[in-house]
Design a protein around this ligand. Structure first.
Ligand code: BGC
Length: 805
């Protein structure tokens, strides 16, 4: 222990207090013991520090900070050094605002395009997600501020987010959902990590001994603090025993008493408490100086410029055709091109996501504001369509009029704020129909259309057929508009590459058959086949493959030399402008005895090249290059024999390949005697229960009682209490009204998906677990006893709170 001397001076109550929040974002201080409070703050793409009333859904205002592009955009750069710089800039801002720990980055795996929070996550690929997250963490912590990568683990849907049970086989867990966290933990030593809301294989992530104890702490050597997601604690004592440190936000003194009682009852040992207290104290003391020494302000313009650079690098050029035969591609636009700016998003940009990551930006550029300095000649602006969908003929007609007066139309299309948000899944992968209709009409008037698409995740793209040029700007942050124009005009040569596969249709994605799961369990039946791992193995058509992105120049690959340590090859810029290529290294094992993906990303490199220039590039392979997780030996193993190293410009554009021999570990086939044929043929669009159980190696676990502390508010209609039927009806009416109005109510959504026990975790001690148990009795149909017990427990709790210090 690092702080045994301090811990020796604390009472059990005091140590327990250290393991929870006292305010929405502050830890519990013990000033007379020399332990100040720690301030946490979101978040992943900028600081969301609420100086006034705080909440975890981004509802109340926060202090101005730079809104950097969200994770999806920065991931598209494949630029770790840039990630580090963004991390450092965010941490500098955090420290000036008195924030010790930033709650980010987010690196959950994009299992399905409809996850409402995909914009906050890096990739469908764990290697890339882990590398980018590690870069952020290094940057954040270089300023002395703590990072808190999240959400650990297997957290890929928002529906029932606080009580959904992710049922996943051990190999998929290790290879897909944990590898990113392993990389971030081992390569950047984050000071803290956030456990996710959900259960993993029947046990809450926050109290999952396998995840937190065996893997995170014992195997990966993590010695920092585990922080619950806000309201994510189920049983703090079980969490502490498993390795969870802070219970957030402010569960109140009732929770301290419960923890103390758990020690007295022998449910956990005081040494568990001591270990967690040590982690808590270390986090407080090691991040203190960053805030104490911080300047009172930061360079707003310099950070805006960094945000702009990141947004430009993160733009992915999806399409760049010549508008007429024999002509050159539409982009970049020459100076003085007469452009019509069309689309509501040109004036009011869509540049970040909704929820806990929403930043109060220091300033926000729009295309309309920034086009002036771009060298283009603006003919006019028209919104063209209703932002949130629906017909508006006069807006449409005015836009068409304008389109006829310009050389080129820049059409700003986007998913609106409602389409993707924390707390809910996207209802569809399609764009709003009115935007597509406008595009079709504009193209009739003027062929030269450049679509600038803002969206935090992929969309179905059949409509792109009509547009000669499409630039995917993702969510570009506060400086995204200027960045997009930098690319449109050629000031920046596009170099972004997709970090998620864009399927042709949503139904093509394996998990779609049961996504999002509306049941308590979310069964990860597709196993390891997430993203390109599925599409490339099944040989299925995609709209845009993983790793795809065009440039204004072209690159040639040559002269590959390979060893088991890595690949060395040459990249040449064969075009006439300077550009950057993101070269990707995939590993394949064509004769594998154990089913596996056709190929997996195992390394990448950004190569900057002047026209005509060649560079020799080496991509080193690490310990993750050939391994797979063997559930029989319960260890990482390597199949011996031939492996193909493939180097290319995307997962579907392999330019060089060579075979190498690898020694391997010769472990037994873990699937022997089990029918895993669905996985051997990657036939996983609709996996049967029996096949899934064969993969799991056991029956799908029982879900347990439905009326319990973990019953969600959305299920109260299945209880036996008229009072709670009423609560359910009111909530449902509020939710339906909000959905209809086009502005989902994040608060209502949160409560709708919230389990009863969260009442005791988010009310600052006003409600305790015994009161929750009384409510459970009430819902089970013991109306009188339930209510009476609740009243008695309420009074007892009130008295105990009043008499505790
Ligand atoms: C989110 C976290 C966030 C926390 C605090 C939760 O609802 O899931 O990502 O850091 O709130 O705002």
């Amino acid at each position: 222990m690092k702080h045994a001397d301090i811990i020796a001076r604390l009472t059990l109550e005091e140590k327990c207090k250290l393991l929870q929040g006292k305010t929405t974002f502050g830890s519990w201080p013990l000033p007379d013991k020399g332990i100040p409070a720690l301030e946490f703050s979101d978040g992943p793409n900028g600081v969301r520090h609420q100086a006034g009333e705080a909440d975890h859904l981004g509802l109340n205002g926060s202090m101005p900070a730079t809104c950097f592009p969200t994770a999806v955009t920065v991931a598209n750069t494949w630029d770790e050094e840039l990630g580090e710089r963004i991390g450092a800039a965010m941490a500098e801002e955090a420290a000036t605002q008195g924030v010790h720990v930033l709650l980010g980055p987010g690196l959950c795996i994009k299992r399905n395009p409809l996850c409402g929070r995909n914009f906050e996550y890096f990739s469908e690929d764990p290697y890339l997600a882990g590398k980018m997250a590690a870069a952020y963490v290094r940057g954040i912590q270089s300023e002395g501020v703590g990072a808190c990568p999240k959400h650990f683990a297997v957290n890929s849907q928002e529906t029932r987010r606080q009580a959904s049970d992710s049922v996943v086989d051990e190999r998929t867990l290790r290879e897909i959902y944990l590898t990113g966290f392993e990389i971030v933990t081992r390569e950047s030593a984050p000071k803290s990590i956030m456990s996710s809301y959900n259960l993993v294989n029947g046990v809450y992530a926050n109290e999952n001994e396998h995840l937190l104890g065996e893997i995170l702490r014992d195997e990966w050597g993590f010695d920092g603090a585990v922080v619950t997601d806000w309201g994510g604690s189920n049983d703090h004592a079980a969490g502490v025993a498993a390795g969870s440190t802070f219970e957030m936000p402010a569960p109140g003194l009732a929770s301290v008493r419960e923890l103390v009682a758990a020690v007295h009852e022998g449910r956990i040992s005081e040494s568990d408490i001591d270990e967690r207290a040590d982690e808590a104290i270390e986090l407080v003391l090691s991040t203190r100086k960053a805030v104490e020494d911080a300047a009172s302000s930061f360079d707003v313009d310099a950070h805006h410029a960094l945000a702009r650079q990141a947004a430009a690098e993160g733009c992915v050029l999806l399409k760049n055709d010549a508008p007429a035969e024999g002509a050159s591609p539409l982009l970049p636009l020459p100076a003085a091109t007469k452009v019509a700016l069309i689309g509501d998003f040109a004036k009011t940009p869509r540049y970040q996501g909704a929820g806990s990551s929403a930043v109060n930006s220091t300033k926000v550029d729009s295309l309309l504001d920034t086009i002036d300095g771009s060298g283009l000649a603006l003919v006019g602006y028209e919104p063209g369509f209703e932002r949130h969908g629906g017909k508006n003929d006069s807006k449409r007609d005015a836009a068409l009029d304008l389109a006829g007066k310009a050389d080129v139309v820049i059409l700003a299309l986007a998913l609106d704020e409602i389409a993707e948000s924390e707390g809910a899944e996207r209802p569809t992968m399609r764009m709003n129909e009115n935007q597509v209709e406008l595009l079709n009409a504009v193209v009739e008037k003027n062929r030269n259309v450049v679509v600038l698409l803002s969206a935090g995740s992929c969309v179905e793209s059949a409509w792109m057929e009509k547009a000669p040029a499409v630039l995917y700007c993702a969510l570009g942050g506060q400086a995204g508009a200027g960045a997009a124009l930098d690319v449109v005009t050629g000031k920046a040569c596009p170099s972004g590459k997709l970090t998620e596969t864009w399927p042709v249709r949503w139904e093509d994605v394996p998990s779609s058959a049961s996504y999002p799961s509306d049941e308590k369990q979310a069964q990860y039946r597709e196993g390891i086949y997430v993203g390109y791992r599925y599409f490339d193995t099944a040989g299925r058509e995609v709209a845009f493959p993983f790793g795809y992105g065009l440039s204004y120049t072209t690159f040639a690959y040559s002269d590959m030399k390979t060893t088991a340590e890595g690949a060395t090859f040459t990249v040449t810029n064969t075009g006439s402008v300077a550009g950057t290529e993101v070269a990707q290294l995939y590993v394949s094992k064509p004769d594998s005895q154990i089913f596996r993906a056709e190929q997996e990303l195992k390394g990448f490199a950004r190569v900057e090249l002047a026209p005509g220039e060649s560079k020799e590039v080496t991509i080193a392979l690490d310990d993750k290059a050939f391994r797979y997780f063997n559930t029989r030996s319960n260890a990482w193993e390597v199949e011996p024999g031939a492996y193909e190293l493939r180097v290319g410009a995307s997962s579907r554009d392999i330019r060089l390949a060579a075979t190498i021999q690898v020694e391997g570990t010769d472990a037994p086939n873990p699937y022997e005697g089990r029918d895993v044929s669905a996985y051997e043929s990657a036939d996983v669009l609709c996996v049967s229960g029996a096949s899934f159980e064969a993969l799991l190696g056991h029956a799908v676990p029982d879900e347990g009682p439905t009326i319990s502390r973990n019953m969600c508010f959305r299920d109260l209609n299945h209880g036996r209490s008229p009072i709670f039927w009423l609560v359910w009806a009111v909530l449902r009416a509020m939710k339906t009204n909000a959905d209809k109005s086009g502005h989902p109510n994040l608060n209502v959504l949160f409560i709708w998906n919230m389990p009863l026990r969260a009442l005791a975790k988010m009310t600052n001690g006003m409600v305790n677990m015994r009161m929750v148990d009384a409510l459970v009795m009430e819902i089970r149909g013991f109306w009188i006893i339930g209510i009476l017990r609740f009243i008695v427990e309420f009074v007892v709790n009130l008295v105990q709170n009043a008499t505790s210090k």
